[in-house]
Structures are given as C-alpha cells and as structure tokens.
Design a binder for this molecule. Structure first.
Ligand code: NAI
Length: 273
C-alpha cells in the first residue's frame, strides 16, 4: 500500500541487476511511493538486459555507468538532472563486487590487484559519486543517500574476505561525507547493514547458505528480507528521517545484538545427542 512518501522526489538508483537485487525492490517501492528516478548499472551488467523490464515498469530512464569511472559518474549525475528536470533528492548505492570472492580465494591468498578493485568498486565508488554530486551541486537540500553494507565490517566473517574491508571503508566514507554534505547542503548519508540476502552478490559467497541459516536462527525476528530492506531505504529517502545521518543502521532482525538463541542451542544439543 502506498502512502506517497516520495511524491515529488527524484533520484538515482544503482545496482538493479535482476529481480532478486535489493535495488530492484527499492526501485519498485520508490515508484509506488511517487518518486521519479534514473536507473544505473555497470555497462557490462546491462548486457543481460533484465534492467529494461524494470525501466518500463517504473517509467525510469537508464544511464549506464561504471561506478569506478569519474567520466561515467559525471555523465550519470548530469544526465539524471537533465532527464528528471532538476536536482537530486535521493541516491541508492547498491554496488558490490569482489573478484577474490568470485574466484574462491581464501583470506590468506588474496590477489592484491583484485583487492584494490574490490575497494574501488564497492566502497570508493560511494566517495566518487558524492564528489561528483558535490562538484555539480546536484543535490537538493534535505536530500538523502543510502549505501548497503554488511556486519562483516565490524565482525570477522572469513569467507567474506576483502569485502569486509570494503564495507568498513564504505561505512567510514558515509560518516565523513555525511559530515561534509550535512554542512554544505543538509544532505544525509547513511549505510544500512542488511541481513544475508539471496541475491547474485549474496549467493556468490562461499558458505552463503550456512551464513544465511545461522543468521536466521540467531536473529529473534529472523533474517530481514530484501523487500523489508527496500522499505527501510524508502523511509530513509522520505522526509520522516531528515535528521538521521552518518549512521550505520542495522537491518538484521536483531542479529547484531544477540548472543545466542534457543534455536542455536537446540541445534548444537541435538547434534551431540
Ligand atoms: P546484486 O548482485 O543484485 O547487486 C550488486 C550490483 O553491483 C549489481 O547490480 C552489479 O551489476 C553492480 N556492480 C558491480 N560492479 C559494478 C560497477 N563497477 N559499477 C556499477 N555497478 C556495479 O546483489 P545485492 O545483494 O542486491 O547487492 C547490493 C548491495 O547490497 C551490495 O553492496 C551488497 O554488498 C549489499 N549487501 C548484500 C547482502 C546480501 O547478502 N545479498 C547483505 C548485505 C549487504
């Protein structure tokens, strides 16, 4: 049910690869809440063509951009303002990629070129986006930026390898740029730390099913689904959260503050019986 929470707002949504993508669900909900926006993804991801379906559904133009290319990002922000007819109210950064994870490298054998690429694609890209937006004075006052993170930024999850550092960096950039943009334009910048979610990026991690099950059984509310993450993003883009900024917001069904749960105790007790 829509409450028109984003009526009159315009934005940029990155990272919608297929129907499973968290960004895909954010786009559908933002559209239902009255927002107009541009969709963007890496030119390589566009080739799969699925984004065209979403573009039609949401009546949203697509501007391809590799999030590591300043030239692409400049075209993205200027193109978005042109196509949407004004400055930007919200941005979703929903971008993550690690070749080390893709190639199954364990933490002790990371390829350092890929490591740098992971940090560039998954974290520095947020800085690049915000720097381009600042230079173009692309934000409206009281705008909102949300990037998606994971608890491996704070806790060791070895299978998450170099993405752990990427998420720690992403959250730090959100704080630093949040301070700058807050002063300059009253724009807020936050990260949402989301439960494990069955998407292309998520299921690419070795041992993902175990991660997913463990988190689900530990969290009193269970894992937060992608749709609920999208709802949270919408609330952060809306005017109801205008003074929330520079935060890493846990959206994890209670996982991060739970020690142990009955389900985990039962599982271990039964496995010993
Ligand atoms: P996804 O695979 O659907 O989305 C990742 C997106 O990043 C894809 O659309 C991909 O094309 C895009 N991308 C990769 N390289 C790019 C580049 N150079 N330039 C522009 N775009 C690029 O997976 P998901 O899960 O929706 O991921 C979205 C965000 O959520 C990521 O930041 C991810 O780390 C984060 N996240 C995911 C969790 C999960 O368990 N799936 C849990 C917590 C956070």
């Amino acid at each position: 049910m829509s409450s028109n929470l984003l009526a009159g707002k315009v934005g940029i949504i990155s990272g919608a690869l297929n129907e499973e993508s968290i960004a895909w669900k954010v786009a559908l909900k933002a559209h239902a809440e009255g927002a107009r926006f541009v969709l963007t993804n890496a030119p390589l991801a566009m080739r799969m063509g699925e984004i065209n379906k979403l573009s039609e559904q949401c009546n949203a133009p697509i501007i391809p951009a590799d999030a590591t290319s300043m030239e692409d990002l400049e075209k993205l922000f200027s193109g978005a303002q042109e196509q949407l007819g004004g400055k930007i109210d919200f941005v979703l950064h929903s971008i993550g990629m690690s070749a080390n994870i893709r190639k199954g490298k364990h933490y002790g054998e990371l390829n350092y070129e890929w490591y740098q690429k992971t940090l560039d694609v998954s974290a520095m890209s947020l800085h690049r986006m915000l720097a381009v937006a600042e230079k173009q004075d692309a934000f409206n006052e009281w705008g909102s930026v949300v990037a998606l993170s994971y608890i491996a930024a704070q806790r060791a999850f070895l299978d998450y390898t170099d993405m752990s550092q990427a998420k720690a960096m992403l959250e730090s950039i959100a704080r630093s740029y949040g301070q700058r943009l807050g002063k300059l334009k009253k724009v807020r910048v936050n990260t949402i730390s989301q439960s494990p979610t069955k998407t292309t990026a998520g299921t690419g991690i070795s041992g993902f099913d175990a991660f997913f099950e463990y988190a689900d059984r530990l969290s009193p509310l269970g894992n937060a689904p992608a749709e609920a993450c999208a709802d949270y993003c919408i609330s952060l883009f809306s005017d109801l959260t205008r003074y929330v900024t520079m935060q890493n917001l846990m959206h994890d069904g209670g996982f991060s503050t739970t020690g142990i749960s009955e389900e985990i105790v039962e599982l271990i007790t039964n496995s010993k019986a």
